[in-house]
Design a protein around this ligand. Structure first.
Ligand SMILES: NC(=O)c1ccc[n+]([C@@H]2O[C@H](COP(=O)([O-])OP(=O)(O)OC[C@H]3O[C@@H](n4cnc5c(N)ncnc54)[C@H](OP(=O)(O)O)[C@@H]3O)[C@@H](O)[C@H]2O)c1
Length: 289
């Protein structure tokens, strides 16, 4: 008999994300076991509970979802979860990392840009490039061969992100830029054909005047849905809306793609018991939809 699908939600927040549970239900998961406030030392027993109960041939019907609003803490849980699988004897379950929506949101943004630009030749600027979403957007773009400027109010923070990406992506073409002043932002945008604003919620990262100074711009994506929006003049509902020769996307416009990717990633977990879906794998999945 086919076993029921079980998603074990391991969340670093005291209350496990309702959003992630709803998406799991909509993706067809039959049972969701939600654990909140999970600390790294508690992950081993949760993993063991998942891998030791069903026979190997049924393990693809159990999967893990690692989430929570603190992406760094969730990354520790993700590392721990992978560490406690026993792949040599086939005792493992598939796992998706999407803390604070960082994997699915970054994948949706880069996937949207790829509908208009050959990313291997794109010249990108990632505003708010030091946050969890911005870092992943920059990493995905660098992997596609784009030339990526990573912006921060502090140059040393942008430099650290560039270094971390170089460690993960061979020959990454990344450059740190400082955008603490309007002049710095205009200079950072100069010559770019893609800009993605991944700044904090409710923070304006780019004005219309600054954006209009860049005549090369072909795609502008804002991920912030909280007013004031990240890019002045880009509506939060925009989905490939042409404004001043650039295809524009707002946070809600990207949201529909993000939801599609999120559900597809959950479904993919139950196809086999050996999948590890981090941002790169989630992006590959998006590209194949
Ligand atoms: N649509 C979705 O489903 C979805 C899902 C997840 C996230 N998001 C959105 O994606 C965006 C990025 O998320 P995140 O979690 O990566 O953001 P975050 O960590 O809160 O912020 C990203 C970066 O913004 C910069 N920043 C913070 N406050 C600033 C200020 N007052 N002025 C200028 N820059 C400031 C910081 O960079 P520096 O300190 O280095 O300058 C920070 O690293 C957010 O707007 C979030 O709401 C959307």
């Amino acid at each position: 008999m086919e076993r029921r699908t079980i998603l074990v939600q391991i969340d670093c927040d005291p209350l496990p994300s309702v959003f992630d549970r709803v998406v799991a239900v909509d993706a067809g998961v039959e049972e969701i076991f939600s654990y909140g406030g999970v600390r790294p030392e508690q992950v081993r027993d949760l993993v063991h509970g998942a891998i030791f109960t069903r026979g190997v041939k049924h393990l693809k019907r159990t999967a893990l979802f690692i989430g929570g609003s603190n992406v760094e803490k969730a990354e520790e849980l993700f590392d721990e979860a992978r560490r406690h699988m026993l792949p040599d004897v086939g005792l493992r379950v598939s796992i998706l990392f999407d803390a604070n929506g960082c994997s699915t949101t970054s994948a949706a943004a880069v996937y949207s840009a790829a509908q208009h630009l050959d990313l291997s030749h794109a010249r990108a600027l990632v505003l708010g490039g030091t946050g969890p979403v911005g870092q992943r957007v920059a990493r995905l773009l660098a992997r596609q061969g784009s030339e990526v400027r990573i912006a921060s109010r502090k140059l040393d923070r942008a430099m650290s992100v560039c270094e971390a990406i170089r460690q993960k992506v061979n020959n990454a073409r990344v450059e740190p830029v400082e955008t603490s002043s309007s002049e710095g932002t205009v200079a950072a945008l100069s010559g770019r054909n893609l800009v993605i604003a991944a700044g904090a919620a409710g923070v304006r990262m780019l004005t219309e005047e600054q954006r209009n100074k860049c005549s090369d711009l072909r795609v502008a994506i804002d991920l912030n849905a909280v007013p004031p929006l990240g890019m002045e003049g880009v509506d939060y509902r925009d989905h490939a809306v042409l404004r001043n020769d650039a295809f524009c996307y707002g946070a809600i416009g990207i949201g529909a793609t993000k939801m599609k990717i999120h559900k597809a990633a959950i479904s993919r977990l139950f196809q086999s018991n050996d999948q590890v879906l981090d941002v790169e794998e989630v992006y590959e999945l998006a590209a194949s939809l």
